[in-house]
Design a protein around this ligand. Structure first.
Ligand code: HEC
Length: 237
């Protein structure tokens, strides 16, 4: 009997102990849950971290984009500058080539009329006849030589022969247009500037009158030349 009581007592103790263990384990579970609770709250924390990471990535991307845009802008400025520099250099080269060509043309006295485009200072001290030539038409030295071929038996460029030099005639008339006007009006002795300025030449006016009729007036009427061309030919020499 006492043995039974002992067993009961042991059983009771066991049961009470188990209760305690269960209760403790439940406490543990609660405390574990309590420990886990903050872990659960980690989820939002983690997502907030992810978000902030995302933000950082966005910011970084924006910065990278801006840097790329800045670089592109800088590249464009550099490219524009290079293009502008090249254009300027090309223009200078082209201007120089044009100036060189003009200078070469001037030397040949075959200069095309480039009025207003060429600064006068680019032509160092051009002879007065060259200025007149350019102001008039495209008379070339070769053409002038052809037109004055028959005049040369009595006229030279720089010295007097049977008639006054072409340089003297140029000085007396000043321009091919002035001489053209006198040729056109019939070349009356009173209109001739050289003859009217120097009695020596006036005495020989008749010689030139017959030359004018044969070599100039008749040829113009035949359409072989114009008074203007004849005058320009004298001014080209
Ligand atoms: C046979 C000789 C002779 C020939 C050829 C001749 N001339 Fe003359 N020329 C003279 C003499 C002389 C004078 C000076 C008299 C005078 O001025 O009218 C003169 C004067 C001139 C003058 C200056 C006129 C003045 O007094 O202002 C002109 C311009 C001129 N000649 C143009 C020509 C032309 C152009 C030719 C050729 C198409 C030519 N002559 C052929 C003898 C000639």
């Amino acid at each position: 009997m006492s043995k039974n009581i002992l067993w009961i007592a042991i059983l009771a103790l066991l049961v009470s102990c188990q209760d305690k263990i269960v209760s403790e384990s439940s406490t543990t579970t609660t405390s574990e849950q309590a420990t886990k609770a903050p872990a659960a709250s980690e989820t939002p924390k983690t997502s907030s971290m992810q978000e902030s990471a995302k933000d950082t990535a966005v910011v970084n991307k924006a910065a990278a984009d801006k840097a790329a845009a800045d670089k592109a802008a800088a590249d464009k400025v550099a490219a524009d500058k290079a293009a502008a520099d090249k254009a300027a250099a090309d223009k200078v080269a082209a201007d120089k080539a044009a100036a060189d060509k003009a200078a070469a043309d001037n030397k040949k006295v075959v200069a095309p009329v480039i009025q207003g485009k060429q600064p006068i200072k680019q032509q160092p001290n051009p002879a007065p006849s060259e200025i007149m030539l350019k102001a008039d038409s495209g008379m070339t030295l070769a053409k002038a030589n052809g037109l004055t071929k028959k005049c040369k038996s009595c006229h030279a460029t720089d010295k007097d022969k049977v008639g006054p030099s072409f340089k003297k005639i140029q000085a007396a008339y000043g321009s091919a247009n002035a001489l053209t006007a006198v040729f056109e009006s019939g070349f009356a002795v009173e209109s001739r500037k050289v003859a009217m300025a120097d009695a020596k030449w006036k005495k020989k006016a008749k010689t030139m009158t017959s030359q004018y009729k044969n070599l100039i007036q008749k040829q113009v009427k035949k359409g072989k030349l114009t008074y203007k061309e004849m005058a320009e030919a004298i001014f080209a020499k």
